[in-house]
Design a protein around this ligand. Structure first.
Ligand code: SF4
Length: 425
């Protein structure tokens, strides 16, 4: 029995697909590339923009063309938000929403065997059965594997914020997390695979602890003790949830790297309030200043910005531009043109911004990002930094990242894969 797995969207989806893949392999299914004729196609979808929805439909149609007799199983955000639309596509046999992710593997196994399968019978490896122990907790522990040096570990899912432009709370449900002991157990399994770096992921990672009464900082402290994992990164964290106490602890020389990915979305206070963000630009800047004060000027900041939110007048855009260019000066800007999503508050807001204006503004921020990135890289020249070498061979060269997320290259040397080396930038 052959299964092909396809993933669209975010790192969370990739971590979840990786977990399904381990489950299918443990149950004896052969995992093949999607271009091969598979008996089952599992498509883990995204719905962040209207374009993502289109992409999902196209992929599902392509799978059906490769093997019209195959069963197509669809999960992820698009499956949750457009269930009927997905069901109506030819070849689709099963659809799983946000709270049904734990059922994906057992249900597919039941589908292929034509009978109900109990978990303990179907998983040959005890560890695999354990991954599904939390069926009733409403969150599926998940981590990515296959990369030899880095793994994305999902510790949290869902969000209760309901920012005006965002469909994620509808697609992924309320904020919930795995317990710290479960995260530590996963980190130990990841370390046993020889992986050296973990990126903590979630929909709203900083909200960790809501369902278990634990704290995000306690999670970091517990993970730091896991032997074999030498570096951690936090994939993205809301500015109002990154506390001074957590910054102090990270700065006090732990395995957590000087690299922060923080969403700003807009640098205009009125617009921040309008779309339901929970901080002001002054608070945002205060956090960045505090991190730089505690950890030095070489911290890598990646900042998310949405361009063309409803009500983003030219003056408001200029304010965002100036805030980034003069006050925050991040190493990178993740730029997203605003995409209207039916059912969200922002979709019915007045003062929608024309697409051509969004394109212009995206271009200006891209140019700013290039200048800021080049400046950041130049300012790190001559610094001693540690690089974790990765396994890809690109034309005789290998690459890896420094603690502060600068991509370095050197001649390919297989003996260096997964090792950490001190270099001068
Ligand atoms: S905090 Fe993030 S995931 Fe939650 S609603 Fe806002 S943008 Fe969406």
């Amino acid at each position: 029995m052959k299964i092909a797995l396809l993933t669209l969207g975010c790192k969370l989806n990739y971590a979840e697909t990786s977990t399904y893949e381990r489950g299918f392999k443990a149950a004896g299914l052969e995992v093949v590339p999607w271009q091969d004729k598979a008996d089952i196609y599992l498509v883990n979808t995204c719905s962040v923009t209207a374009h993502s929805d289109n992409k999902c439909r196209n992929i599902i149609r392509k799978c059906h063309r490769v093997n019209p007799l195959a069963n197509i199983v669809v999960t992820g955000c698009y499956a949750e938000l457009k269930r009927d639309e997905v069901r109506s596509l030819e070849g689709v046999a099963l659809v799983f929403g946000a709270r049904e992710k734990q059922s994906v593997v057992p249900s597919v196994l039941a589908l292929v065997s034509g009978k109900d399968i109990t978990l303990d019978e179907s998983y040959k490896e005890r560890s695999m059965a354990e991954e599904y122990r939390h069926i009733s907790s409403g969150i599926m522990p998940a981590w990515s594997s296959g990369e030899r040096t880095r793994s994305f570990l999902k510790v949290q899912d869902g969000c209760n914020n309901f920012c005006a432009y965002c469909t994620v709370p509808y697609a992924r449900g309320e904020s919930r997390n795995i317990p710290i002991c479960e995260a530590v157990r996963a980190a130990k399994l990841i370390a046993a695979e020889g992986v050296r770096e973990i990126v903590l992921t979630g929909v709203n990672t900083g909200d960790f602890g809501r369902t278990t009464g634990e704290s995000f900082l306690d999670l970091l402290k517990a993970l730091e003790k896991v032997e074999g994992i030498e570096r951690y990164r936090i994939s993205s964290i809301e500015p109002n949830l990154l506390t001074r106490e957590t910054v102090d602890w990270i700065a006090s020389g732990t395995k957590f790297q000087p690299h922060f990915h923080i969403p700003l979305q807009t640098g205009d206070d009125e617009l921040l309030e309008k779309v339901g963000r929970k901080y002001t630009t002054e608070q945002f800047a205060g956090l960045i200043d505090y991190i730089r004060l505690k950890m030095g000027p070489k911290v890598f900041f990646g900042i998310d910005v949405i361009v063309g939110l409803p009500g983003e007048t030219p003056e408001r855009f200029e304010r965002t531009y100036a805030f980034l260019a003069e006050r925050i000066r991040p190493a990178f800007i993740h730029i997203f043109p605003y995409s209207r999503r039916p059912g969200t508050r922002a979709d019915s807001m007045p003062e929608q911004v024309r697409d051509s204006v969004k394109t212009e503004r995206v271009k200006r921020l891209e140019e700013l990002c290039e200048t800021l990135s080049a400046g950041f890289r130049a300012s790190c020249k001559g610094m001693k930094e540690k690089v974790l070498w990765e396994s890809d061979n690109h034309g005789g060269m290998m690459s890896g990242y420094t603690g502060n997320y600068l991509r370095m290259e050197r001649e390919w040397d297989s003996g260096r894969i997964g090792t950490i080396e001190e270099i001068t930038i």
